[in-house]
Design a protein around this ligand. Structure first.
Ligand SMILES: Cc1ncc(COP(=O)(O)O)c(C=O)c1O
Length: 460
C-alpha cells in the first residue's frame, strides 16, 4: 500500500518539553522583546521555526559515534572517519574541517579573492556575500528570472542563469573571476533546488573558461531528492548517486554541517587543488585549529561523519520534503500567499501580498511574524525590509523546519495557527522602528506597533 499519511521514519527516545503560554503572556513577552522575535527567550516559544541551522535532532547512531570521539590534537582517528565519509559522497581530494559554514567561506575567499575580483553565484547567502565583500571582491547574484517571482511554479527555481554567467565573464574577463559558486539548495531564493542539467551547463561554461566551480553544499541532500523527484532520468538513482554525480561537476565546496550534516555545529571546505589546500590549511591553523580538527571537537567530527550519510537516506528525505510541502500546500490552498513551490527546508510566506494594507515602510513581514507568535507561540523570521532595508525585493516570513524535531501534529498545529491569522489579517497593524544598530539591524532592532507617538530620543 502507498500510505497517504506522512509518518516520521523514527521513534522518539528522548523528549524535550515545550511550554505553552497564554496570549496575554505572549503579549507581555513580545512587548518586553521590543517586537523582535530574536530577543525572545527560547523557552517562551512553543514551535521554533527561526532556523533549520544547527537545530536538528541527532540519531542514536550519531550519539553512539560521539562516544567514540578521539580528542587527540593531531592525527585523530575521528578525523579519518570524517574525511572518509565526506570523500565517499563529495569525492574531493582535500577535506578541511571548520567550526561552521562561514569559516569555510572566509578561508576559501581569503585565499582566492582580491579587490576587483567578481564571484558569480545563483544567489549568495548573506554570510557568503559578506565574506566575498570582506576581501574587496564583488558578489554577483545570477538566478534565473523565474527565481525572482514568488508565485510562479518552476521545478528548479534555484537554477543559475547560464546566459547571464556567459555575459558576465565576457564583460569583466575570466582573470577577474577566481571561481563560480552554485548554492544547493538556493536558501536566499526560497530553498529552491538546482537541476543536474543546470549544474552541468554551469560546469561546462566554467571548464571552457578555466574557472573553478565550487558548491555551497549546505542542503545537498535535499537538492538531490528534488532532482530524483523532478528531473527526467533520475527517478531510479539513489540520492547518494545523484549527489556524487553533481559534485563531480565541480572542483570543491563549502559546507555548513548544521544543515544536511545533521549536526548541531560544524562545517568543512573541500578542494581538488593541492596548492590551494596548502594555503587554506595554513590559514586554518591561524584562526580555526590544526587541520585534523579545524575548531571542532573529535566528537563533532564523528557526529558529522554519520550525519552526512543519514541525510541521504530515502525514508528520511521522503518524509522531510513531504512534510514541508504539506505545510505549504495546506496554507496556500486556503489562500495564504507563499513562495511557490514550497522549498526543501522552509516555507516562505509572502507578507507583502498577505498584508497588502500595510505599507512596506511599516514592515509587513515583522507584523506577520509577531502575529504568528501572538496567535500560537510560533517563532519565524522576517526576510524583507527590516533585514535588507530599501534593497528588499520582497517581504517574506520564513518558517524553517528543524530536521527530525517536529512531528506531523506540530505541522497540523502550524497550519491551524496560520489560517487563524489569515482570517484576521485585515486587523493587523504595521510596525515602527524605535532602535536600529548600524549594521545587521534585524538581530537587535527594537520596534513597536505603528500609530503611537514616538518615544523621546528614539529613531524614526
Ligand atoms: C546557503 C548557506 N550558505 C552558508 C551558510 C552559513 O553557514 P553557517 O551558519 O554554518 O556559518 C548558510 C547558513 O544558513 C546557508 O544557508
Amino acid at each position: 500500500m502507498q500510505a497517504k499519511t506522512i509518518i516520521e521514519p523514527f521513534r522518539i527516545k528522548s523528549v524535550e518539553p515545550i511550554r505553552w503560554t497564554t496570549r496575554a503572556q505572549r503579549e507581555e513577552l513580545l512587548k518586553a522583546a521590543h517586537y523582535n522575535l530574536f530577543l525572545l527567550p527560547a523557552d517562551d516559544v512553543l514551535i521554533d521555526l527561526l532556523t533549520d541551522s544547527g537545530t536538528g535532532a541527532m540519531s542514536t547512531h550519531q550519539w553512539a559515534a560521539i562516544m567514540e570521539g578521539d580528542e587527540s590534537y593531531a592525527g585523530s582517528r575521528s578525523f579519518d572517519r570524517f574525511r572518509d565519509s565526506i570523500q565517499d559522497i563529495f569525492g574531493y581530494a582535500h577535506v578541511i574541517p571548520t567550526h561552521q559554514g562561514r569559516a569555510a567561506e572566509r578561508i576559501l575567499f581569503g585565499v582566492t579573492c582580491k579587490k576587483g575580483d567578481v564571484i558569480p553565484n545563483n544567489t549568495h547567502f548573506d554570510t557568503t556575500r559578506a565574506n566575498v565583500e570582506f576581501t574587496g571582491a564583488e558578489a554577483v547574484d545570477l538566478p534565473i528570472p523565474e527565481g525572482r517571482q514568488p508565485a510562479l511554479e518552476h521545478p528548479f527555481k534555484g537554477n543559475m542563469d547560464v546566459g547571464a554567467l556567459e555575459n558576465l565573464i565576457a564583460r569583466v574577463g575570466r582573470e577577474r573571476i577566481p571561481l563560480v559558486m552554485l548554492t544547493i539548495t538556493n536558501n536566499s531564493g526560497g530553498g529552491q533546488p538546482v537541476s543536474m542539467e543546470n549544474a552541468r551547463q554551469v560546469s561546462a561554461v566554467c571548464r571552457r573558461h578555466g574557472i573553478a566551480l565550487y558548491f555551497d553544499a549546505c542542503r545537498f541532500a535535499e537538492n538531490a531528492w528534488f532532482i530524483k523527484l523532478r528531473e527526467p532520468g533520475y527517478s531510479s538513482k539513489s540520492p547518494k548517486q545523484i549527489a556524487q554525480e553533481m559534485f563531480r561537476l565541480g572542483d570543491g565546496c563549502t559546507m555548513s554541517a548544521k544543515k544536511d550534516g545533521m549536526a548541531n555545529i560544524g562545517g568543512f571546505l573541500c578542494t581538488n587543488n593541492d596548492l590551494l589546500a596548502q594555503q587554506e590549511k595554513d590559514l586554518l591553523i591561524l584562526t580555526e585549529g590544526y587541520p585534523t580538527y579545524g575548531g571542532l571537537a573529535g566528537r563533532d567530527l564523528e557526529a558529522i561523519a554519520v550525519g552526512v550519510q543519514e541525510a541521504l537516506e530515502e525514508d528520511y528525505l521522503r518524509y522531510r520534503i513531504a512534510s514541508t510541502a504539506y505545510l505549504g500546500h495546506h496554507i496556500s490552498a486556503a489562500g495564504v500567499p507563499i513562495v511557490q513551490p514550497p522549498g526543501g527546508h522552509a516555507v516562505y510566506l509572502d507578507a507583502r501580498t498577505f498584508l497588502s494594507h500595510i505599507p512596506i515602510e511599516q514592515f509587513p513581514g515583522v507584523a506577520l511574524a509577531c502575529e504568528l507568535y501572538l496567535e500560537g507561540g510560533v517563532r519565524s523570521v522576517e526576510i524583507g525590509t527590516l533585514m535588507f532595508g530599501a534593497a528588499a525585493q520582497m517581504d517574506l516570513v520564513r518558517l524553517a523546519i528543524p530536521r527530525r524535531v517536529y512531528t506531523q501534529s506540530h505541522i497540523d498545529y502550524l497550519v491551524e495557527v496560520i489560517l487563524e491569522v489569515s482570517k484576521n489579517r485585515e486587523r493587523l497593524r504595521g510596525m515602527r522602528l524605535t532602535y536600529e544598530a548600524p549594521f545587521l539591524r534585524h538581530f537587535t532592532a527594537h520596534l513597536e506597533p505603528a500609530g503611537r507617538e514616538p518615544r523621546p530620543g528614539s529613531a524614526s
